[in-house]
Design a protein around this ligand. Structure first.
Ligand SMILES: [Zn+2]
Length: 61
């Protein structure tokens, strides 16, 4: 499962690419510790699939 990183400027492009790849809207989180996938500047956001966030929901049963 790929996580998309993007800076502020490439944010729209990252969302488009994410939707193309996964056919779902990404969960968007702030992340300034990585590198933008598009311009190699510092990232501002990371985009990932919603389901990955709910991975631990079984533990709560
Ligand atoms: Zn960028």
């Amino acid at each position: 499962m790929k996580i998309f990183y993007s800076c502020l400027e490439d944010y729209d492009m990252a969302i488009d690419d994410f939707i193309l790849e996964y056919e779902t809207f990404p969960l968007i989180e702030k992340d300034e510790k990585h590198i933008c996938d598009y311009c190699k500047e510092s990232s501002a956001y990371r985009l990932r699939k919603m389901e990955d966030v709910a991975d631990h929901s079984d533990d709560m049963v």
